[in-house]
Design a protein around this ligand. Structure first.
Ligand SMILES: *[C@@H]1O[C@H](CO)[C@@H](O)[C@H](O)[C@H]1NC(C)=O
Ligand SMILES: *[C@@H]1O[C@H](CO)[C@@H](O)[C@H](O)[C@H]1NC(C)=O
Ligand SMILES: *[C@@H]1O[C@H](CO)[C@@H](O)[C@H](O)[C@H]1NC(C)=O
Length: 584
């Protein structure tokens, strides 16, 4: 009523607003969801946040054959957002809950392809009958983190245009090539596009999952999702059928990688179940956080609560500098999403240590220590880092913790991290392996093959290694490290460990430590990597760029040593080709 009064009093102002609304083209957003309850709170949350007038948008959803809560999530969400949008539509088929021929909840038998084609056709029919200007298809596990996506795609003035979606692997929502038989063909354009070495909007023979169709274009009249073109003989797959239909209708599709638009979860492998799919999705979330585009849940529907535990270990520590809250937050959320419970340990801040503190703590430099690559001596950051790990080893012995895992706060997780740790520890227990420390993430210094461990999958005897990114340590291991009294002859903690296992090449350092019998192993392949490497734009190290340890006035403006520069995965990380997600 108040608004009515307002309209009467200041009609010109209101007219301006109304005029503005009509400037935005009308859009149908079509979501076809099946067994996606874990992803929907995020994909719907992203739709909610699109910076586009909702009164110009109609949401068209369809769902069927669900074993999970997909229908309930969609219903709750649509009920809540109904007043915000121009209109909402939900097409529901409650039963059956699966297809007779399917091998799992994410498997697509022929019927499924056909059903999806029909639904896509139904959505576009709805949009065309109601004279909408555009239709945006979004898969239920595609997260449009870029709130400007609609405007950016519309501005291309293309008939069919897909925002390039990032994923955990080489996968994306376009093909650059298609064989004469209608199969995927990798062309030289694919990786440069996928990796954004070339950017723009490129004509491609296939887009899928998330794409916008401009219904105002004349040529759209000739385009059909269903039924397949009469001459169609290729594999019966909805995306290939559509690619063929576009070709037959003479409509060119485009993919744009000019911006970061969002993420698409990799499609499940035939043998994977819903839980695997969900874990892939969790991994995608973790990757998006590393990239700086975290997923945000809908305001109206929420992800199911997680139940974090210690993965069967006795304690899990996370070392974090209190002045790096953004790292702590990312790690805490990453661990929570993986259902891992941890105890945060405030790192000793090397920056706050002055020479008298260092004396008081009994810290003394190892005689003759210098970095072999840069010729530098120890930094305050390295002293702080050592003291932080030392603090944890002390807690382990005081609390008599049998097995602990230690994380630093710049860790990037491999897929299925938790499952792999649990399996590794089960193997270790049944093999009755005697160990002090197990690297979960490290830099292998020598590239020689390392000795595998009998009866324990994916474990090797660790040769000379750097980094203390993530490791498992036993009570005995912590005791051995403390017994060596390292503070009185300190050097970087990641040099100390190889000395203690007698794999360090420098005999001068080694002779200061008598009992060098630490049993060190390493996960192989590794289960974590650093989030960033030296030299990358977002690289920031607290150990390698702080002032000299014993002189408060000298700044080392030194930007990284060979130690961090040359990673063993080198150029190939985070190479998309080498990442596998189905090792389990
Ligand atoms: C958009 O494309 C159409 C052809 O489909 C063309 O006629 C029109 O001029 C283009 N509009 C702009 C603003 O470039
Ligand atoms: C289907 O193929 C036949 C022969 O190969 C051709 O003559 C016909 O034009 C095609 N139909 C369409 C609709 O493209
Ligand atoms: C070093 O810092 C401590 C507080 O952490 C302070 O009490 C002490 O006076 C400082 N010493 C010097 C030499 O600045």
């Amino acid at each position: 009523m108040a608004q009515g009064g307002f309209l009467f009093l200041v009609p010109s102002l209101v007219l301006v607003v109304v005029g503005k609304i009509h400037d935005s083209p009308s859009v149908v957003i079509a979501v076809i969801a099946r067994n996606s309850a874990h992803a929907l709170p995020y994909s719907l949350g992203a739709l909610e946040r699109l910076n586009y007038p909702k009164e110009r948008v109609s949401v068209w959803c369809a769902t069927d054959h669900n074993e999970d809560k997909t229908l309930e999530v969609l219903q709750d969400w649509l009920e809540a957002v109904r007043p915000l949008y121009h209109s909402v539509v939900l097409k529901v088929q409650v039963s059956p809950r699966w297809y007779p021929e399917e091998t799992g909840p994410k498997h697509w038998p022929k019927e499924r392809y056909e059903h999806v084609m029909k639904l896509r056709q139904e959505a576009v029919n709805f949009a065309m009958e109601k004279n909408f200007d555009y239709i945006l298809y979004v898969d239920a596990d595609n997260i449009l983190t870029n709130v400007q996506t609609l405007q950016l795609l519309m501005a291309t003035n293309r008939t069919i245009v897909a925002p390039m979606m990032d994923s955990q692997t080489a996968f994306s929502n376009f093909w650059c090539g298609i064989t004469p038989q209608g199969f995927y063909r990798r062309t030289p354009d694919y990786f440069p596009t996928r990796n954004r070495q070339r950017t723009g909007c490129f004509p491609v023979p296939m887009v899928h999952s998330t794409f916008l169709i401009n219904l105002q274009k004349e040529e759209i009249q000739r385009l059909v999702f269903y039924p397949p073109h009469p001459n169609y003989t290729w594999t019966f797959d909805d995306i290939i059928v559509f690619a063929y239909a576009c070709k037959a209708a003479g409509v060119q599709s485009y993919v744009c990688n000019t911006h970061h638009f969002g993420y698409a979860n990799i499609p499940p492998q035939p043998h994977q179940d819903l839980q695997d799919d969900e874990m892939n999705f969790v991994h995608l979330m973790l990757e998006s956080m590393v990239d700086g585009f975290p997923f945000r849940s809908s305001q109206f529907v929420y992800p199911a609560p997680k139940n974090p535990d210690k993965m069967g270990l006795d304690e899990i520590f996370l070392i974090n500098l209190p002045r790096r809250p953004e790292r702590r937050e990312r790690m805490l959320r990453s661990l929570y999403e993986q259902e891992i419970l941890c105890r945060v340990i405030d790192a000793v801040d090397g920056r706050d240590l002055n020479s008298s503190d260092i004396k008081r703590l009994g810290v003394n430099l190892l005689p003759g220590y210098y970095d072999p690559f840069s010729g530098r001596t120890l930094t305050k950051g390295e002293v702080g880092c050592f003291l932080s790990h030392f603090k944890i080893w002390t807690e382990i012995t005081e609390r008599q913790i049998d097995v602990a895992l230690v994380f630093e706060d710049d860790v990037r997780f491999e897929p299925f991290f938790k499952r792999k740790i649990i399996r590794l520890m089960e193997d270790i227990r049944s093999a009755d392996l005697d160990y002090d420390l197990i690297y979960i993430g490290r830099k292998q210094v020598t590239l020689d093959p390392e000795q595998p461990v009998d009866n324990v999958r994916n474990l090797v005897v660790a040769d000379y290694s750097y980094w203390t990114l993530c490791y498992i340590i036993s009570l005995r291991g912590a005791q051995k490290l403390l017994n060596a009294e390292p503070l009185s002859k300190i050097l970087p903690v990641d040099e100390f460990l190889p000395i203690m296992s007698d794999t360090h090449p420098n005999d001068d350092y080694k002779h200061h430590f008598v009992n060098r019998n630490l049993q060190i192993f390493s996960a192989h392949p590794l289960l974590v990597y650093p989030t960033h490497y030296t030299g990358e734009p977002s690289w920031q190290s607290d150990t390698e760029t702080s002032t000299l340890w014993d002189d408060d006035n000298v700044k080392t403006d030194w930007s990284g040593s060979q130690k961090t520069l040359k990673d063993t995965r080198g150029e190939s990380y985070p190479s998309l080709q080498s990442m596998s997600h189905d090792e389990l």
